[in-house]
Ligand binder design. Structure first.
Ligand SMILES: [Zn+2]
Length: 344
């Protein structure tokens, strides 16, 4: 359990304040808090743009400040340092200077990708230097990204994009809290809580997560905003507002209807992935920009027609068996006509 996490979750407002940054998702938020309280790692399954990163950052920001070795990238505890540099200093009797870091800095993000290696994640040992000084020595051992999450939250985005070999390397870390570097028998403690994400529908470049790895996580599902009203709240709270341009409610509602249609039947079944909340946000901002460009103070429904293609075509992924697979502009065009009618 990382320092202060339990107190943060059980704080005066029982974690609700941390989670108020995300609109809706009540069920997922409660499960995430319960898992963190129990000291478990969490895997959030859900489409892009539903607030997984924002949520995790807010949890980290609510963590208390901690004292660390000054300048240490791994936030070593001065009493019990874990990185090779701080260990060497301590061993030589040198006093470790300290500084205090805020909760927001107790957060690191790792992007899952097929190119990510065990060395990137756990660390790398230089064989020549290890021969001279031993594998634990700071001249031989460079810790990996995971150790940068020491005493904090490691946000591992798109965990399902990492190769199987790396999943196996992660297994021990998550299970025992110890990272072992390959042939060197070099162990170091890995003290963090991991919040990982996976995107359920996307197929390209996705590895199946092994059952044993899944078993190390509490899996929580986050969804697109449950209701159009919640999505409207999100746009109005987080969308950019361009100089004095009004967005009448019926314009916002039309944007939301259009975007939600890409996720729901019947249009949704043509899609491997519909438009995310970031997509509705983009359209919401662009109708304002268009009004501004044309010297109007109010955006109109017709602006949606004119901006839909440029905002949505790169944000939908038709299924391989859909007739729109090679014709996304055609899809957007028909969708707009169907959902909004012809009136421009
Ligand atoms: Zn250190």
């Amino acid at each position: 359990m990382i320092e202060g996490l339990r107190e943060t979750v059980l704080g005066a407002d029982r974690g609700q304040k941390i989670l108020s940054a995300i609109i809706g998702q009540g069920d997922a938020k409660e499960k995430i808090l319960a898992s963190l309280l129990a000291g478990h790692h969490v895997l959030i399954e859900g489409p892009p743009g539903v607030g997984k990163t924002t949520l995790t950052k807010h949890i980290a920001s609510a963590l208390p400040a901690v004292e660390v070795v000054k300048g240490c990238a791994y936030h070593c505890n001065p009493v019990e340092p874990v990185c090779p540099h701080c260990r060497a200093k301590q061993a030589s009797g040198e006093a470790l200077e300290t500084e205090t870091i805020s909760g927001a800095r107790r957060f690191i993000r790792i992007q899952g990708s097929p190119d990510l290696t065990a060395e990137d994640l756990l660390g790398d040992v230089d064989p020549t230097q290890a021969f001279k000084f031993g594998p634990q020595d700071f001249r031989a051992f460079t810790p990996g990204k995971l150790l940068k999450g020491n005493r904090g939250i490691v946000f591992f985005d798109e965990l399902n994009r990492v190769p199987e070999k790396l999943q196996n390397a992660l297994l021990q870390v998550l299970e025992e809290g110890i990272a072992t570097i390959g042939p060197y028998d070099l162990d170091y403690p890995a003290n963090f809580v991991m919040v990982a994400t996976m995107n359920p529908k996307e197929r390209a470049g996705v590895e199946e997560l092994s059952d044993v790895l899944l078993d190390r996580f509490d899996v929580v599902k986050m969804t697109y905003p449950e209701t159009p009203e919640q999505e409207q709240d999100i746009l109005e709270r987080y969308g950019l507002r361009l100089d004095g341009v009004q967005v009448p409610p019926e314009v916002t509602q039309s944007i939301i209807s259009l975007v939600r249609a890409t996720r729901e039947e019947p249009w949704g079944k043509e899609m491997e992935q519909g438009v995310s909340v970031r997509g509705s946000m983009a359209l919401y901002e662009k109708v304002q920009a268009l009004a501004l460009l044309e010297g109007r103070s109010t955006s109109e429904k017709g602006d949606i027609h004119r901006m839909a293609a440029s905002s949505l075509t790169t944000r939908v992924k038709p299924s391989p068996d859909s007739k729109y697979y090679d014709d996304i502009p055609g899809f957007v065009d028909e969708l707009v006509k169907e959902v909004m009618g012809d009136a421009a």
